[in-house]
Design a protein around this ligand. Sequence first.
Ligand SMILES: [Fe+2]
Length: 477
Amino acid sequence: MITLTYESFLTDHLAPLHSESDSLPLEVEGKIPSELMEGIYYKIGPSQRFIPYGYHHLTDGDGMIHAFRFLQDKIFYSNRWINTQCYELESRAKRSLFGSFLFPLEGDRSVRAIKPEKRSKANTNVVYHGERLLALEESGYPYVLDPISLKTKQALTSVNGRELHNITAHPKLDQDSGELHCINWHVLESEPNCTYTVFSKNGDIKLVHSINLPYRCVIHDFAITKDYIIIPIFPLLVDFDCVLKKKEKSLLHWYSDKGAYIGIMKKDPPFELTWFTIEPCYSLHTSNAYQRGHQIVLDLVLHNKPPVFNEMMNTTALNEKAQLIRFVFDLEKNCINKIALDSDDVYYNFPRIDDRLIGKGYDKTYACGIRGQHKNLLLESDALISFCHKTNTSSFYYPGSHYFTSEIVFVARGKDNYLLSLLYNKLTNKSELFIFIASTMLDGPIAIAKILHRIPYTFHGNWYDEKNFTSILIDKY
Ligand SMILES: [Fe+2]
């Protein structure tokens, strides 16, 4: 059993990077596919600048964006911290002021009254939509970035006259309409609820709908289908009573007796919603969902308890299983079928698909992960996995035991399509961008771009065609 401590989140491959860089050309082994030219792969994660104020969790680190720009047969690397309000205040103070998100009463007296939405480190995902490149963290304001210089332009606090507090780090793009669907959770409302928000193709807010929840909890990810929104609810509760009355430090607590739910809601008014009860479990990430007649298929990575978090939340689940699971909800018979898609010794992390198939039938889930019981995804991820939903089989690419693997991104370009993944080489203490032809991932990368240093552990990223940015390169903010 591996024990994660305060120090674990600041050492080895999780340790912060303390420098920024601008358009550094990378040495590349192999041939960069010409189809990827004039595209940019963005990846984001935490990189803590100052000695933490108190307890430090991986998700507390200052957001840093990394960009790989494919241009003129080369790859150029840039990275920058996201200049959030936290970043600015701590820059002026020249030290940490904010405590961990887990311990809301900690932190310097000068910042204790600052509301949750202003505490975003913007370190979780980077998404382009409606002419905005957004750095996202689910509990706070999104930050608008310049797509080339990566400079932070502003916090997105309102859109077409409507206030915006926080949006999910996992918005779902409807490929047919261009609309961006979001489930945003809130901690300070009087009743447990979340908000369903839809951004129209041009980035305006099209609708906002409030949804009552069985309990007050965080919602990291969700899913969409053609007609429905799928809202998974797990009993990792935001518990103010524990902090304010029982004087416990942690805001999040695991209550398995509260049960888990999957909400299936129509996308359109009157937003009919059905809650299905499932046995207590936890999931950080969905793979995809789609409709099949009167059934809804939902694929996600399921844990028995929350992984990564620590014993302060009443769970010691550090090496939790992370199995690829399918739930099939029959809307007519009102019943659920749960199917294990892969064996329980394969641990999946950061499942991704060909994004053109979001909400539709699909045949591949890509993930990083490990095979073997009682391993820890945060520390031991050594494989890239392709799961075929047609044959129900997983295939593994092992780059070598000295590599730590991370999220795979599917790039729909050219006749081949490509996969990108940022790996950490423990022997050189540097990171490398692996580029695969999608259909032949198991044969290994066709090109590897060598970064001159280690990139700290990253969460999520996306690849975008530079043509997207033509209209916003003239600064409009
Ligand atoms: Fe995530």
